[in-house]
Design a protein around this ligand. Structure first.
Ligand code: GLN
Length: 304
């Protein structure tokens, strides 16, 4: 399939439409990002890679990092991980507190903030130097030793992180946070501040399109069954209360972040990263979703 031609055509079209939505200005460092940025990069299993627009510019991957932290925790803890969090779509905004009370502090899934905070707690309990070791893991996935956190973004989020502080303390009251909430939150804000460009993002996720094996050396990151489960969670929970809409319109497992990035993948085919910073009301990239909808329609390739 000639993805390059399809991507070029849709890129030109979506670039010219009205750029609707808002920046995630609640994180002050993200409020100053140029809204005209628009980049795409596809990485394929057969290494037919292609980028267009601002594919080479770094951005804050935010909640997309929740997939990578889950993968590392899943590798370390195995199936016991599901005793601490669920696998159901929440149908609520990413920073919602409401379900935790009825669910006794068990987050519905790992891709809403509450779930990712529990995953951060699990990593804190299992790693000696969580911040360094997580970064080493992500660098190894993307085969890129340049990847890093943004201290500025982490600090600006920490300064206004009242919701996440509330979530962490609330979960702790049910006994589902084992470490000090301040330490868990520091690590969570660091994870969210990871920066990547579209190529680094699509490369990092390629193992999930390759049955859990890294493309460059065929090393197993996750088993086939674990990979299926992570992809299923991305399909059902990757876009918060817009996950159904993303499945309906795009039809691929994926994950978004409030930095305006989206990663989506087609098992055994490719990963595709799109970045456009303006977000719709649900906190997902407006143009990113529009692009991917057209991409799976024109390529006639979705998992459905
Ligand atoms: N760091 C952001 C937060 O906790 C992540 C949210 C997101 O990308 N949806 O609010």
């Amino acid at each position: 399939m000639n993805f390059k031609e399809i991507i070029e055509e849709i890129y030109q079209k979506i670039k010219s439409i009205e750029n609707k939505g808002e920046l995630a200005s609640y994180i002050s460092e993200l409020a100053s990002v140029d809204v005209e940025n628009f980049g795409i990069h596809i990485s394929t299993i057969d290494q037919n890679n292609f980028g267009i627009g601002n594919w080479n510019d770094k951005f804050s991957i935010q909640s997309i990092a929740k997939v990578l932290s889950l993968v590392l925790a899943y590798r370390m803890v195995g199936e016991k991980i599901w005793e601490r969090l669920g696998v159901e779509p929440s149908g609520t905004p990413f920073n919602s507190l409401v379900q935790l009370e009825v669910d006794n502090g068990i987050p519905r899934n790992p891709f809403i903030n509450s779930g990712a905070i529990v995953i951060s707690d699990i990593l804190l309990s299992n790693l000696e130097n969580p911040k360094e070791e997580f970064l080493t893991f992500v660098r190894s996935l993307s085969n890129n030793s340049e990847l890093n956190y943004s201290n500025k973004v982490a600090a600006s989020e920490k300064a206004i992180g009242f919701r996440n502080i509330a979530l962490c303390n609330f979960i702790k009251s049910f006994g589902n946070i084992k470490n000090e909430p301040a330490d868990v939150l520091d690590f969570y804000f660091d994870l969210c501040s990871l920066e990547m460009n579209c190529k680094e993002l699509s490369d990092s996720f390629l193992f999930l399109a390759n049955n859990g094996c890294r493309i460059v050396d065929n090393i197993t990151i996750l088993t086939k069954s674990q990979t299926k489960r992570i992809n299923a969670l991305m399909q059902t929970c990757g876009f918060y209360d817009e996950s159904g809409e993303f499945a309906f319109k795009v039809g691929l497992p994926g994950k978004s972040g409030v930095g305006g990035g989206i990663i989506a993948l087609h098992p055994n085919q490719y990963t595709i990263a799109v970045w456009s910073p303006k977000l719709n009301k649900k906190g997902n990239s407006y143009k990113g979703m529009r692009f991917l909808e057209e991409f799976t329609t024109k390529s006639e390739l979705s998992i459905f």
